[in-house]
Design a protein around this ligand. Sequence first.
Ligand code: ATP
Length: 212
Amino acid sequence: MNKRKIALFGGTFDPVHLGHTTVAAEACRRAGAEKVVFIPAKRSPLKGFLPKASDADRFTMIAIAIADEEHLEVSDFELNKPAPSYTLETVKQFQESYGSETSIHWLVGADGIEDLVYWHRIVELIDACHLTTMYRAGCEPPSFSRFERLWGRRRIEKLQRNIVQTPLVDISSTEVRNRLAAGRDVIDMLHPAVAAYIREHGLYPAKKAKET
Ligand code: ATP
C-alpha cells in the first residue's frame, strides 16, 4: 500500500514570496504529497542574523499568501518553541503525530545543498525523512554525488530519488527586502495581499537617502 505523504517546508519566510508558494505547490504535486505545511522558523541556525519581521507577521503573511491554495498550510510549531529549532526534532514530532503510515518529506531549495553538512545530525535526518530538493533559479540542478564518501551510497541514492523538478522562479526574500529598502515596488514578487499587509503594517521600511 502506498503511504500517505506530507511535505514540510521550513524557512524564515522573511517575507514569503511567489517563489516559495510556486515551488511548494509544484513539489507537492510532483512528490505526490497530500499537502505542504509551511513551518516558519524563529530564526535559521545557519543565518547570522535575525529575521527582520516578527514571528507573528511572518506567520500571518504566509497564511495570507496561501489562503486560496488548497494543498498549502502553515504551522506555528517552531515559532512556539525556544530558538533555535532543529529540523530533525520537527520531523520527529510531525512523524509522531501523523503516525508510521505517513511518510514525511522535508523540502529544501537547491541553494541549501552546500549547507546540509552543517545541519544538526544531518545523517539521522536523511534517514528519518525524505529530504526533497527543489530546483532554484541561479543554482546548479540539485546533485548529491559529491557527498557519497561522507554519507554513503544508499543515502545518496535516496536523496537523488527525492529531487523534484520545480519551476525556476528567480525571487528571494533578500531581493524583496532590498527592493523595499530602496523604496522600489515588489509587485511581481509577492502575493498582492502580502504586499498590502507589508504596506499597512510598515514592515521593511524604506531607508532614507543620505543627504550630501
Ligand atoms: P533569503 O533571501 O532571506 O535567504 P529565501 O528567499 O532563500 O530567503 P527562505 O525563507 O530562506 O527564503 O527559504 C526557505 C526555503 O525555500 C529554502 O529551502 C530555500 O532554498 C527555498 N526557496 C526560497 N526561494 C526559493 C525559490 N525562488 N525557488 C526555490 N526554492 C526557494
